[in-house]
Design a protein. Sequence first.
Length: 164
Amino acid sequence: MKNKSFVLASVIWTVVAAAVIAVDRIFKYIVMTGYSEGNVIGELPGFFDFIYVRNTGAAFSLFSDMTLLLGIVSILFCICVAVYWFVRKPKSNIKRAAVALLFAGALGNAIDRIFYGFVVDFISLKWFDFPVFNIADVAIVVGAFTAVIYVIFFDKESSDGHGG
């Protein structure tokens, strides 16, 4: 029964990851095919500007022009996450969500790096001076935040040796 539960959870979280990747790809396709770099595409008044930016680096444009290396690191990260999933078989839905979102975000940006040589960013916060980002970036941040919350509040591995 445990294996059946893990298989069902794997299917569900794979669908979630695939949906995040699909939405990320759709928006990036719309931005890349319909607009020129630097163009303001639209806005959500008071919240976001949508502007097409090509990012050859990582978060906050760190490691600019190291796209190939970052693409390889992203793919290796995705492989490690997949291996973790099948070896550790996380039992907690919080941990599963974190892993699925981290995987989806990393793969979404890796696809850009490998096929285009840059990451397509297009969301700019109006109310906070912050670098332009994309949906894959949001998945990574939410996944990382979820992982931290899990470790702080729910991880019992260090106290009972089992975790999940």
